[in-house]
Structures are given as structure tokens and as C-alpha cells.
Design a protein around this ligand. Sequence first.
Ligand code: GMT
Length: 378
Amino acid sequence: MMKGLKIGITCYPTVGGSGIVATELGKRLAEKGHEIHFITSSLPFRLQSVYPNIIFHEVEVNQYQVFRYPPYDLALASKMAEVTEMHGLDLLHVHYAIPHAVSAALAKDMTGGKLKVMTTLHGTDITVLAQDPSLKNIIRYGIDRSDVVTAVSHFLINQTREQLGVRRGMEKIYNFVPPSVTIDQDQHAIKRGYGIERDEKVLVHMSNFRPVKRVEDVIRAFAIIRREYKSKLLLIGDGPQRHSLEKLVYEQGLQEEVLFLGNQSQIYELIGLADVMLLLSEKESFGLTALEAMAVGVPVVGTNIGGIPEVIRDQETGVISPVYDYEAAAQAALSILRDGSLHQKMAAAGKARAFSQFNSDTIVAQYEQLYLEMLRSS
Ligand code: GMT
């Protein structure tokens, strides 16, 4: 076993795939004997139990009248440098180029230039923010100044090259799920609690309800599905479109059938209630929720964009359906719901794929390997 490293991790600590991946990675690394320092604006939401070799450093930003905007990125750089010096960090692993990779580059300079920085790209800083001329160059700077750059899909590596003209090497490391998932709560009891009857089908969608997630397409596809099957749609998550989505549900007369559950922590228990997941995004560099659904044997209908086809195997673990075409998505879901043996086959194939290709043991070892290579190269 390798000597334990001292690793600083910075991510967005609130609900969201990148924060989940960064936090779970930190937890696994700590279990393997590394000392982990989370340097974030608040306690990462998945960091609930006690981990003696995980230390949390809160980045505080004071508000002074001279500042029109509080300088979080500089406070972060300063905290990164302070933690590096005080605890002798070997490396910083930051999730998102902006602002984290840029703050890490500053912290590296502030501490004499020896600190190693790995940046993991998760998506929106490339597929959304890089379109903004005021941010494009600084995103590229953050990427270029990192010692190692990883991205969560082939798609995202290609996008980073195309959108930003980045020429440097980048490694693809997929997101992961635990080696096994157990559901403790009684699923029938949860269904009863939500008023889901035994003869009803359950569809599920989970996201941050931003426009790129096309949740309106999910609701419209569900409206078609329920013409054929008595069913319920569970919408897990929250975000800027929640109000307009509730309005759409009302207009469609689906208030009894569409349940808004808000943000939830026991996501496997909830996703596991479903017969099919719908992930109909127009931008998605990976689609962690699709992987989480596969892990609990729920086939996914996902759109043919971004990294989704790298996660879902078309006709094996779900169906890849054209983006913006909610009719096609509904028909894809119906084809799975109508055929019990196809459903069973997809559920089993999804679990097998999740735990073989996206197993945390394998993926965490890939990160560790890259840490070592990065530390060896000076
Ligand atoms: O999807 C979001 O808007 C949240 C965002 C995040 O910061 O967590 O998700 C991105 O990172 C996830 C983890 O790598 C990926 O599974 C999501 O596909 C990616 N989102 C987008 O590309 C839109």
C-alpha cells in the first residue's frame, strides 16, 4: 500500500453531481489511509459521518464596503495556500476549472510553486461558461496551469478541446458508484406513504431543475405514458424552474400523479422505487443520476447528447432517445414498461455495468495512480 498522501479537495459543496463525486472520492481516499482536507465554502453535504482523517476548512469571505462583490476566489486561494503550508499538503485536487483551478494556480504561486494541482472538469464550466467571452480565457488559464487535468467523459475532453482550443493532455476518469448498494427501507411501505398503488408504474427524474435538464420534456413524456399506464412521476431535486414546472403539471391536470419530492439524501431508496428513469437533458457531460439508477436496477431513457451514451448502453441498460423529442422518449419508456422480460434484462445489465465499469474501487485507484504520477513528475 502506498504511503498516505495529504490531499486538499475543493468542490462546490452543495447538492450536485460534482460535489457528490468529490466528497465520495475524499471519503474513499480517507478510508484508504490518505489525509483529506476539504477546502470549501461550507461543509460538503454528503460528509455526514465522522472521519478522523478528514479535516474541513471553511473559506470565509468578509464583506467590506469597498467591494461590490465579495472576493471568494481570492479568499479560497488564500485558504488553499494557508492549509498547504500548515498541513504540508502534497497536492490539491479541485473540481471545476472556474474558479477552483484558478484559485489553486494562485495558491501554488503563493506557496513557492512546488504544490501539485489536479483539476477535474465536470461539465458546465466547459459546455456553458466557456461560451461566455468574459470567462473563456480564464477557464483556459485554469486548465493550462493545472499539472493534471481529468474529465468525466470522452465527450467532455473533446468539448474542452473544441470550445477552448486546449491542446494539453487530459485523462478521462468516469464518475462512480459504491461497489454495492443496499436499500434498507421497506420499498412497499415507502410507496404506500407516497400513495403509489400496487398496480401503478413509477417513473423518476432527478436533477437541479435547470433549463438544460429539460424537465418539461420529462413531464410531457410522462403525460403520454400515463395514457397507457396508471402511473406516478417522482421528481427529485429542486432548482430555478420548480415553480414553472409545477405550473405545467397543473395545466396538464397531473397534480395527483406528479410528486415533487424536493432535495433528498436517501436517493437509492427513492430511485429504486421506479420502473424507469427519464433523463432528457440537452447538456450533460456524464449524467450521474443515470448511473445511480443503473446501480439499483432501474433502466434509463436518456437523450443522445454529451456523455449520456457513455453511461447508458442503448437497448442494453436503457434506451438512448433523440433530445427534445419527448414523444420518442415516452415511446422508449413504454417499450420497456410493456415488456417485463426486457425490463428485467435491462435492470440486470444496468447493475452489472454500474458495478463493473463504474465501481468506486476501480475509479478511486485511477485517481490515486494519477496522483502518484503527478507527484513523481517535477
Ligand atoms: O448537472 C448539473 O447542472 C450539476 C453539475 C455539477 O456541478 O454537479 O453536474 C455536472 O457534473 C456531474 C458530475 O460529474 C455530471 O454527472 C453532470 O452531467 C454534469 N452536468 C452537466 O454537464 C450539465
